[in-house]
Structure formats: structure tokens, C-alpha cells
Design a binder for this molecule. Structure first.
Ligand SMILES: [Zn+2]
Length: 239
């Protein structure tokens, strides 16, 4: 029989056909909270799972990986859409809504202020040192100009110049660091609210938002606990 497709093409076709046969549905599932969901009962990660029940309906969920490995955990799985919707709602309310963003910005500002009190002191100290070196340099230059030339003055001057350059670099770096850690509150609110309407975004964007803003999601038998840069209480009941 003449071969109408090349070996390579044949392999491609085979691959595609196999893909269709073996749960193409399964590979389509994008678990948006992947790696973030924990079981409150045994502490294991809850991972994405798609299975058909006895009547053939596909049930897509996050399941306790400990239970799956038969560690004795009895935590029930939670529907993928239910959990992802719950986290989206919590983010929307607590972080991305105008009120949520303002409250979050307040918390972040307080945190940064408490953390960076030493930095202005460091900057001030460097500035003072820099001024002293410049003062000494001026004095030497004046002395030379007044005719008090001595070869040691020359080496002192070059030493001061090196010190001046070094201090200047350190001072500039410290100032840059200060600016980098000083984020205007309005900018932060603008940034947070730019993520609102999270439910209308594409799955890959929602996933990115989850990975950025969600520290962990802990599934309890009767509620979901969501941790972010500020603590949020997730949905009660409804599993
Ligand atoms: Zn568990």
C-alpha cells in the first residue's frame, strides 16, 4: 500500500488522536489556585482533580493530596468553581474595591513606615559625613591658596577626594533605596483597583492575580480561609 503521509506526519496524527481519546477534557482544566490551597485537617496541599461520578457527570475539584495518598485524612474535596469564585469575591471586596484598596493601602503604609524608620537616619548620617569631608577639602584648598603649601596637603586632598566619591555613591544609593520603598498611597490604591472586575478577566490573568495576591487558601470543613498581604476571611459554609 502506498504511504500517503510521511512517518513523521503519521506520528503527529497518532498523537492528536490519542490526545482526543485520553481525556482531552482533563488537560484543558486550568487550576487557577494551583499550589495555594491547603487542607486544614492534615496540612497537605489540595490539588486539582477531575473525575466522573457513577452517573458520568464530570466533577472538577481541589482534593486533599494527603487523603488521596490515604494518610487517614477525611477532608472532602471542594468544587473548583466554588473555591475559585470564593477567592475572587474575597479579593474583589477586600483588595480591589475602592474601600478595600484604601484599607489595604493604610495597612501597607503603616507596615512600611514601621519597617523603614532606620533608613532616613542612615541617609542623614551619610549626608553629614559627606558635608564634613567637603568642609575639610575646602579648608585644605583655602590653606593652599593662602600659600601654606606642603606636599602632605596634596596627599590629604587626594585621600579626601576618594572618600568624597565613596560617600557620594553610598549617599545616592541610600536615597534611591528610600525612594524605592516610599510608595505613594494613591499609586497603591490605583494599582489595586486596576485589578477590579477580576471575574471578567481571562483565566491566565486571574491565575496571575491569584499567584500575586493570595498567600494561601485553607479549606476547612465549613469555611475557607484566605491569606493575603492583609488577612481576609473567605466564604463561610457552602462546600
Ligand atoms: Zn487533608
Amino acid at each position: 500500500m502506498p504511504q500517503i503521509i510521511s512517518g513523521e506526519q503519521f506520528m503527529e496524527v497518532q498523537k492528536k488522536m490519542n490526545g482526543r481519546k485520553n481525556g482531552a477534557q482533563k488537560s484543558k482544566q486550568e487550576y487557577l489556585l494551583s499550589g495555594l490551597v491547603y487542607c486544614s485537617s492534615c496540612g497537605s496541599l489540595m490539588t486539582g482533580n477531575a473525575r466522573k461520578n457513577s452517573s458520568g457527570t464530570l466533577y472538577i475539584s481541589y482534593e486533599c493530596s494527603g487523603r488521596k495518598q490515604k494518610n487517614g485524612c477525611t477532608m472532602r474535596s471542594i468544587g473548583k468553581d466554588i473555591l475559585e469564585d470564593c477567592v475572587m469575591d474575597a479579593l474583589e471586596t477586600k483588595l480591589f474595591s475602592p474601600d478595600g484598596a484604601t484599607n489595604t493601602a493604610d495597612v501597607v503604609m503603616e507596615y512600611m513606615a514601621a519597617r523603614h524608620t532606620e533608613l532616613p537616619a542612615e541617609v542623614q548620617h551619610l549626608k553629614k559625613q559627606l558635608e564634613e569631608v567637603q568642609q575639610q577639602t575646602d579648608n585644605i584648598v583655602k590653606a593652599i591658596a593662602a600659600g601654606a603649601y606642603h606636599s602632605s596637603l596634596n596627599s590629604q586632598l587626594s585621600h579626601l577626594q576618594d572618600e568624597d566619591e565613596d560617600l557620594e555613591t553610598r549617599y545616592k544609593k541610600a536615597v534611591e533605596k528610600l525612594w524605592a520603598t516610599t510608595l505613594p498611597k494613591e499609586k497603591l490604591i490605583e494599582y489595586l483597583t486596576s485589578h477590579s472586575n477580576v471575574k471578567q478577566k481571562r483565566p491566565e490573568d486571574i491565575k496571575k492575580i491569584f499567584q500575586t495576591f493570595v498567600a494561601s487558601v485553607t479549606v476547612h470543613p465549613d469555611r475557607v480561609e484566605i491569606k493575603s498581604c492583609v488577612d481576609m476571611n473567605g466564604c463561610g459554609g457552602g462546600i
